[in-house]
Design a protein around this ligand. Structure first.
Ligand SMILES: [Zn+2]
Length: 539
């Protein structure tokens, strides 16, 4: 989420999820933007503008929109349909005020004059926005790449960006996702030609694994299937949902009998069927893994099947993708992945494309956006290498406040940040105070849990019986009888030493001493720090 503020007006750009990794935050589903600053300045918010329909740009709306006063939303058609579709899963949300905009259209909101730029990304209806202020324009690219041939941007790109170049642009905020890759990214057109060749020439059944967010590709694959008289089976909820959305938006109009139910798959010869499936990242419960593990009721893999993994491996998913491939290969299928053939291209421009955009927009100042901090720094370096002055580049961090001063001739990063501590969605609860919970989950995952139950005779302060010990995920207790005996002795001495002369017996003190002493002992013995839960009963 990025916000632009001038005088009494605030525009909010995008409202997405950040996906978390299981190791970093076990059990946490998503991270959403911290909106404390916006909540405090609610009356200034004029609009929420969405650059495109990917989850990292729209998915936090149901958690946030109420808190920021449900402002009008401006986006292109497909994006609005996706927002609406998601809203249906959150019945308690207020009714959204959705407004369609189109590139070329000009819109005045508060003091701002907005222009919308048609950009190329992996989902249709993606846009950049040029925000006209009294001092000049701020250009926000959204996620994008360039349509090009051998590094020469298409006429469409030249025209769209040429239009923006005419303005007095004071600041460019641009996508940094792929800045570490040199040159120009592979055009999607080329990927589709390769996929078409494969679909045309492969004998036997074809199963394509891809991201449901690769809207354009998903639609074109269905169109190619129709061209070669193949039926399409879709597997995976996100693909089904996005096909529904594409139909609603009118960008996919399949023939009535193209998409068939999985149960009918054997009614057609294998070379007349194409399966579109989720799970190319090796996700445990997604369609591809289920097929690989023989859990799909209707699709049984055989050596006549070809599986095309039309996606890259998202960093962090290497091990699960490897596991997926292992499981698929156990069925002797053929696998075609992006490492051996161009069956995937990114939706984000490489360094060459970003340099081209930077040069044409000619903004006085530059701020790399969208990406991890390291990518932002590399993007700043790229801007320097094409001639931008160091003092004209700012690299923000989450919560940074950038001020354009003196009629837009000076740029400053304020020392003070907007509230930006992490806000997490954990099942049904949302909050920013769950670090303790996360830490516990990490400890549980790594070192397990160790429960000691001590029953104290309230009159004597002695244990009534030998303490009970329960543990999970720590060590195999049956093979650790010695250690258990010692732990029991520690529990006994800890209790009995502390209850001497203590009447009434203070359970809190006993519990704390038990945690400390047992914890220290287990660490020494095993080099592990399980979560210790002392349970003290008085009888
Ligand atoms: Zn995107």
């Amino acid at each position: 989420m990025t916000i632009v503020e001038y005088g009494n007006d605030i525009l909010v750009f995008d409202c997405g999820f950040q996906f978390t990794s299981e190791e970093a935050a076990p059990g946490i589903d998503y991270i959403i933007p911290n909106t404390k600053y916006l909540e405090a300045n609610k009356e200034k918010i004029r609009a929420l503008i969405l650059t495109h329909g990917h989850l990292d740009h729209i998915a936090a709306i149901p958690y946030i929109i109420d808190k920021i006063g449900n402002p009008p939303i401006y986006a292109r058609n497909l994006t609005n349909i996706m927002v609406q579709k998601r809203a249906e899963e959150f019945p308690h949300m207020p009714t959204l005020n959705l407004n369609n905009v189109t590139p070329g259209e000009k819109l005045k909101i508060g003091e701002f004059h907005l222009k919308f730029i048609d950009v190329t990304h992996s989902i249709p209806d993606a846009m950049g926005v040029s925000v006209g202020t009294p001092f000049g324009n701020i250009v926000i690219t959204g996620d994008l790449k360039l349509e090009h041939e051998n590094g020469i941007p298409s006429d469409k790109e030249q025209k769209n960006w040429g239009e923006i170049a005419k303005d007095n642009n004071i600041l460019l905020i641009a996508d940094s996702t792929n800045v570490e890759k040199p040159g120009f990214s592979i055009p999607e057109k080329q990927i589709m030609e390769n996929l078409e060749n494969l679909i045309k020439n492969i004998d036997g059944r074809i199963i394509i694994g891809t991201f449901a967010s690769q809207f354009d590709r998903m639609i074109k694959i269905i169109q190619i299937a129709e061209k070669y008289n193949k039926k399409v089976v879709t597997e995976g909820r996100s693909i089904k949902t996005n096909i529904e959305i594409a139909k609603l938006a009118g960008i996919l109009i399949p023939r009535k009998d193209t998409i068939i139910a999985p149960k009918d798959i054997d009614k057609y010869p294998p070379d007349k069927v194409l399966v579109l499936a989720t799970g190319a990242q090796g996700e445990e419960f997604a369609a591809l893994m289920r097929m690989a593990q023989k859990k799909n009721k209707f699709i049984r893999l055989t050596k006549k099947d070809t599986i095309i993994l039309s996606s890259s491996v998202v960093p962090g998913n290497e091990i699960s993708v490897r596991k997926l491939k292992d499981n698929l290969y156990r069925h002797d299928v053929k696998i075609i992945s992006y490492q051996v053939s161009d069956v995937h291209a990114t939706g984000h421009g490489n360094a060459g494309e970003l340099a081209w955009i930077n040069t044409i927009v000619k903004a006085r100042f530059f701020m790399p956006g969208y990406g991890n901090h390291s990518m932002l720094k590399v993007h700043a370096e790229l801007a320097r290498s094409i001639g931008m002055k160091d003092e004209n580049i700012v690299v923000p961090d989450n919560g940074s406040v950038i001020e354009l001063r003196e009629k837009g001739t000076k740029i400053v990063v304020l020392k003070e940040k907007a509230p930006s501590n992490i806000v997490m969605v954990d099942g049904f609860s949302i909050g920013d105070i769950q670090e303790v919970v996360i830490r516990d989950r990490q400890t549980l995952a790594q070192d397990g849990i160790f429960v000691v139950i001590a029953t104290i005779d309230l009159s004597t302060g002695k244990l009534r019986k030998s303490p009970d010990i329960i543990s999970r995920g720590f060590v195999y207790l049956r093979e650790s009888q010695d250690m258990l005996q010692q732990a029991r002795r520690i529990v006994k001495t800890t209790v009995e030493e502390n209850t001497v002369g203590m009447r009434p017996i203070n359970f809190d003190i006993i519990k704390k001493e038990l945690s400390d002493n047992v914890g220290r002992f287990l660490l020494k013995k095993t080099d592990k720090r399980p979560i210790i839960i002392p349970v003290v009963l008085g009888v």
